[in-house]
Design a protein around this ligand. Structure first.
Ligand code: NAG
Ligand code: NAG
Ligand code: MN
Length: 321
């Protein structure tokens, strides 16, 4: 499923007229039709098979099996036919041209909101080099990763990032997370309009939802949504309009689940016995609880739906019990 994220990411970079070459690093398990679509969007699609014998990463993996997919990411340092690259996670959407990141030096990255003296490894500037690659693998073997993933390895290896050179600190707008939106809403209101990159962190990814392309609405369980609905909609509009037709073409007669579902069909399937409020929920744009609170405070309660007397009473009853 992450391949779909990579398709949307590549398409968003192209839509913002990047002048740079696009490379996708994929594991061998990515399906044939998905690889074909990636090849249409990216200039180069490189299959990284860490289990390939003869690769130094394979040796590292045998000594540190717990690091698994981390080694796939470190392969970006082997792209030595480029002098400088910007790494982007597949769960990222670009909102404007970010070619200016190439003016930065290795290793430039944005602070991690959870621990700002660490950088987030979802967006970083680096210079491919077999020497650095070898040192990174050596570092992995000797020290492992303090968080079990690539972010721990990279922060350990580039350990002076926090203090050595402030020009390597990318502004937070290059790694805007929905989590940050809700933990510091006033800052988001002030600066969010400048966001250049949205990183869909956490377990629930944009492709975990479904989408009604006609109504332009996100459907499915959005109760625990940590992502700002506008950015989710941006992701889905791009996916449904540009990526799904390409997937459709590649899959041909083979069935595949695009995630696009028309709500009108949905209602027919549910039938008339389904309660009105859950029916309404499927039609409403999904609001976070912060947004619902805000609407409530502005006097715009959803009296017939989420904020109905019955729901409030249910909540109070549970609380009192
Ligand atoms: C990208 O370039 C095209 C053609 O040169 C232009 O029409 C379009 O507005 C540009 N897009 C952005 C986002 O700058
Ligand atoms: C972006 O932010 C998220 C948390 O919001 C963090 O986990 C991630 O490491 C950051 N990535 C970069 C490249 O700064
Ligand atoms: Mn990510």
């Amino acid at each position: 499923v992450y391949a779909r994220g990579a398709m949307v990411l590549g398409q968003s970079l192209k839509n913002h007229n990047t002048s740079k070459k696009l490379v996708a690093l994929i594991g061998p398990q990515v399906s044939e039709p998905c690889q074909s679509v990636l090849k249409r969007i990216y200039d180069e699609v490189r299959v990284v098979d860490v289990l390939d014998s003869g690769d130094t990463a394979h040796l590292a993996l045998m000594k540190r099996p717990e690091l698994g997919v981390t080694f796939t990411k470190l392969h970006c340092w082997t792209l030595t036919h480029y002098s400088k690259c910007v790494f982007l996670d597949a769960d990222i959407l670009v909102l404007s041209n970010i070619d200016e990141l190439f003016d930065r030096e290795e290793l430039s990255a944005a602070p991690d909101p959870g621990w700002p003296d660490c950088f987030n490894s979802g967006v970083f500037v680096f210079c491919p080099s077999m020497e650095t690659y070898g040192k990174l693998l050596q570092y992995c073997i000797e020290h492992g990763s303090f968080d079990g993933g690539d972010q721990g390895v990279l922060n350990g290896f580039f350990s002076n990032w926090a203090t050595a050179d402030i020009s390597k600190h990318l502004p937070f707008i290059y790694n805007l997370s929905s989590i940050a939106i809700y933990t510091y809403l006033p800052a988001f209101k002030q600066y969010g309009g400048n966001a250049k990159v949205v990183h869909f962190l956490g377990k629930t990814k944009p492709w975990s939802y479904t989408f009604d392309p006609k109504a332009k609405q996100i459907t499915g369980s959005v109760e625990k949504a940590t992502t700002h609905p506008t950015f989710l909609l941006d992701w889905w509009s791009l996916y449904s309009s540009a990526v799904v037709p390409m997937l459709q073409e590649q899959y041909g007669d083979k069935p595949f689940h695009s995630g696009c579902v028309e709500v009108s069909e949905h209602i027919c399937l549910i039938g008339p016995s389904e309660s009105v409020s859950s029916h309404d929920q499927a039609l409403q744009p999904q609001l976070s609880s912060e947004e619902r609170k805000q609407k409530w405070e502005q006097g715009q309660a959803d009296y017939m739906g989420m904020d109905s007397f019955d729901n409030i009473k249910k909540k109070l009853d549970t609380f009192l019990k």
